[in-house]
Design a protein. Structure first.
Length: 159
C-alpha cells in the first residue's frame, strides 16, 4: 500500500474535455505541483455526493490560499459518470474529476475494496492525500463511514 514519502505510481486517468474524453497521466497532474487528491468509492453515492465532493468544492479557495495548485477527485467510475457528477455538483474548475474506470490507479496504490456483494464491484477506498511533485506528503484513509479523516476540514490542517 502507498505510504507517506512514496512516489505515486505512473498511471493514466481519463478526463472529459471540450473535445471529449482524453487520457491524462499522473505526471501531467502532479509533476511540479502541490495537489490535494481525494478518492471516493463512487460518484453519486450518498456520502460522496452529499459531503465529500461538496466540501472540497466549497473550500477550494481556502486550500489554494494555502499554496495548493490543484484539487482532484478520483473514483472507479467511467469518464462520462465523473463528468456528469462534476456538472451535477457544480465543481466548475475547482476540482478536476479523474476517472479510474478500470481501478488501475486504485490497485496500484493498494487502496481498493471489493464491493461485489453489494453490486458495485471493485472500488477505491475513501482517502485523501497531499501530493507534492508526485510524492505523497500526507495520507488519510477512512476506515469507517463518514469523512472525518478524509474530508476537506482535516486536509486544511495538513497543507
Amino acid at each position: 500500500m502507498i505510504s507517506v514519502g512514496d512516489n505515486l505510481p505512473e498511471a493514466t486517468f481519463t478526463v472529459m474535455t471540450a473535445d471529449g474524453p482524453k487520457p491524462k497521466t499522473t505526471d501531467e497532474i502532479f509533476k511540479g505541483k502541490k495537489v490535494v487528491l481525494f478518492a471516493v468509492p463512487g460518484a453519486f453515492t450518498p456520502t460522496c455526493h452529499a459531503a465529500h465532493l461538496p466540501g472540497f468544492r466549497d473550500k477550494a479557495g481556502e486550500l489554494k490560499a494555502k499554496g495548493v495548485d490543484a484539487i482532484a477527485c478520483t473514483a472507479v467510475n467511467d469518464v462520462f459518470v465523473m463528468d456528469a457528477w462534476g456538472k451535477a455538483s457544480n465543481v466548475g474548475d475547482s476540482v478536476e474529476m479523474l476517472a479510474d474506470g478500470g481501478a488501475k490507479f486504485a490497485n496500484a496504490l493498494g487502496l481498493t475494496m471489493d464491493l461485489t456483494e453489494r453490486g458495485l464491484g471493485v472500488r477505491s477506498k475513501r482517502y485523501s492525500m497531499l501530493v507534492e511533485d508526485g510524492v505523497v506528503k500526507t495520507l488519510n484513509i477512512e476506515e469507517g463511514p463518514g469523512i472525518a479523516q478524509t474530508g476537506v476540514d482535516n486536509m486544511l490542517t495538513q497543507v
